[in-house]
Structure formats: structure tokens, C-alpha cells
Design a binder for this molecule. Sequence first.
Ligand code: SF4
Length: 174
Amino acid sequence: MDFGATVCKPLPLCNICPLNKTCVAFNQNKIDLLPVKQKSIIKKERWFSYFIFSFNNKKFVRQRIAKDIWQNLHEFYLEETNTNPEWSAGKIKSWLKKSLNINNPTNINIIVAKKQVLTHQIIQGYFIYVELTSKPEFKTAAGFWLSDAEINSIAFPQFINQFNSKTTIQLQVL
Ligand code: SF4
């Protein structure tokens, strides 16, 4: 029997309910008030596209200093959007040129990230690995160029560790 659908329903049948002797709502005359309905949390969707720029066996990394999730952890170059950017090779190349004046990527791989659900946010995105023949100047993102060994010694959010560990990701070479 579905108790919630047949007895303790929006207009509850308290007089025939087998639980009415112990039911707090019934005994305190609060059947209109109890149980308190949980407000459903509306989770904000965020799309994180991480560009892993590689030059001379070093990758660009920065620290997240803003008051936001993952504060003080590290990340790769981030392009955040509210919707799925649906990257393709052509779209990536034109974005690199237009946004960062990068004209010379020699190799581009895109990895679809496994989404991470946080209390108030859903993080989805991509890891886009880009090999470069010259070091770009990033005007809006101060960071460092680190070797893989150095990258392994600093802390990243779990969302990025899926790329660093390369265990549960879907690799799509463009
Ligand atoms: S007595 Fe309590 S549990 Fe039973 S129907 Fe009424 S409100 Fe629901």
C-alpha cells in the first residue's frame, strides 16, 4: 500500500490511520503544517571549458583566488559559459584566434568532462588540450607554466582531477 497516496495524502484520513496515536501532526492539530516541505534547490548550471595549453612540455596553470567554488585550488585556463559551448575543432580554432590571438595550435584534443553536482551548482564542461609553438600572453589570467611533475604536486578540484588522472573520461580527438 502506498501510505502517502492512500492515507497520509494532502487531505489525510487521520481517523483511520494506524499511526494516529503517535503522529505529531495529528496529536498537535498541525496536519496542515507538518511535515514541512523541503524547498527544492534550484541548481545553477555552469559550463567550464578548461584549455590545457602546452608549450615546451609545460602547461599553463593558475590559482583560483576569487571568492567562488574551489577557492585557492588550481586550474587550467578557464572559459566559463552559462550554456553548452558545443566545441568543435573549427570553433576552438576561431575562438583561440579571436579571444587569445593564438594562431598556431599544432594539436587539439577535446575531452568531455564528467559533470559534477554540487549543493547549489552543476558543473559541466570540457578539457581542451592545445599544443602551442609559441608562448601566448594572457591579459586576464595571471598564472605559471608548470611541468607535469610540478602539476602533480599542487592541488586541483576534483572536477579537474578527472582530466589529470584520465581514468573516467571520454577522449575525442579532433
Ligand atoms: S495521523 Fe498523521 S500519519 Fe496518519 S494520516 Fe494523519 S497526518 Fe498522516
